[in-house]
Design a binder for this molecule. Structure first.
Ligand code: ASP
Length: 358
């Protein structure tokens, strides 16, 4: 009788126990299948400071972007085209710190940075301080494919964008109220002057709006994708508004090849997010790939070395996503959270925001 009761109890608990088991992350994509890994920024992202609606909205944004990249790959498109397709979705999504919804500089502007690299050819394109090009990732791709240069900046970069037919917008297109109020809070804390509300911005709201960032948080929301296509080629891209309240034409790691963005079929592809100054000094993306290439480390070990040891020792904060041409997929971050997702052809999207998720 006692045994019967125990058995009934165990059987009753089983479905619960099974439902509690998190599905292990897929860490190896089979040969010949495409794979995507992406991030939407790292920082002080905690359950306690996120409403269920906002949590769901971020997850929906990541899901939309990963499927945009997946449709390119399903149609036998290239890794480079998939990176662009996925990042354009995140640039157009005001929740993320890229394109529309980018953070503001101290003088109240949106200065956008982006980069893309093709691991097959090791060609790269990047832009910094763009203010008028709707999709900076498409501009970075145009620099790679249609110019003899790797990196363009400021008004010249926008001019090039217009010359190759990329959509130009009034700078007020990038404005969002949440980012503007994030800037105002930041400048007040720093004791810096608050610039006038940008020309063309909608009138200030009459009611208080939900805060996108806690004031001491790393200003998260940068976006990046690494893809391996069916042919086995790797590409990586990153696009961002940088850090809230950046000054003096500051440029972060995202558009710097080897720091925030890197791809080579000889080693791996990486996109980073975090306080760019540390990632630049560590040449983060290239260092991870160099560990894979020259020290034959597994991709996850290389990521852990650079994030858990090198970055943390420097007191830097942030994370990376990465993939190798043989299909290893990895991510790592030393912040309380990182918006992240991975998908392998034929599988299901695996997504996380907080540290306690796989
Ligand atoms: N890494 C970016 C920068 O420093 C910011 C970020 O990842 O949120 O510009």
């Amino acid at each position: 009788m006692r045994n019967q009761i125990l058995l009934t109890l165990c059987l009753g608990l089983m479905p619960f126990a099974v439902a509690q088991q998190p599905t292990p992350l897929i860490t190896q994509a089979p040969a010949g299948k495409w794979a995507i890994v992406m991030h939407g920024g790292a920082g002080v992202i905690e359950r306690s400071s996120m409403t269920p609606e906002r949590d769901a909205a971020y997850r929906a944004g990541l899901d939309h972007a990963i499927h945009a990249a997946a449709s390119v790959l399903d149609a036998n498109g290239s890794a480079v085209d998939a990176v662009e397709a996925g990042l354009k979705v995140l640039e157009d999504d005001p929740l993320f710190n890229a394109g529309k919804g980018a953070v503001f500089t101290a003088d109240g502007k949106n200065d956008l940075d982006a980069a893309i690299m093709d691991g097959k050819t090791m060609r790269a394109g990047s832009v910094a301080g763009v203010t008028r090009t709707k999709n900076p990732i498409s501009l970075a791709k145009a620099v790679m494919e249609k110019s003899q240069f790797v990196m363009l900046s400021g008004a010249g970069a926008d001019q090039f964008a217009a010359s190759v037919g990329l959509q130009q917008v009034d700078p007020s297109y990038f404005f969002t109220e949440e980012r503007w109020q994030g800037l105002v809070r930041y400048l007040k804390e720093q004791g810096l002057p608050i610039p006038p509300r940008p020309a063309g911005a909608p009138p200030p709201p009459t009611k208080p709006i939900a805060q996108l960032e806690t004031s001491d948080a790393h200003k998260w929301g940068t976006t990046g994708i690494v893809v391996r296509d069916r042919a086995g080629n790797i590409a990586a891209g990153t696009t961002t508004g940088g850090l809230t309240g950046k000054r003096f034409g500051r440029i972060g790691d995202s558009p710097i090849i080897g720091a925030g963005t890197y791809a080579s079929n000889d080693s791996c592809g990486v996109s980073a997010t975090g306080t760019g100054e540390y990632f630049i000094r560590l040449t983060m993306a290239r260092s991870i790939c160099a560990l894979v290439q020259y020290k034959t480390m597994s991709l996850q070990d290389a990521v852990n070395e650079m994030i858990d040891h090198q970055l943390t020792a420097m007191k830097g904060d942030g994370g990376v996503i990465a993939m190798t041409p043989d299909g290893q997929i990895a991510w790592g971050f030393n912040t309380p959270g990182m918006f992240r997702a991975r998908l392998v052809e034929g599988g299901k999207v695996q997504m996380g925001i907080y540290k306690d998720e796989p």
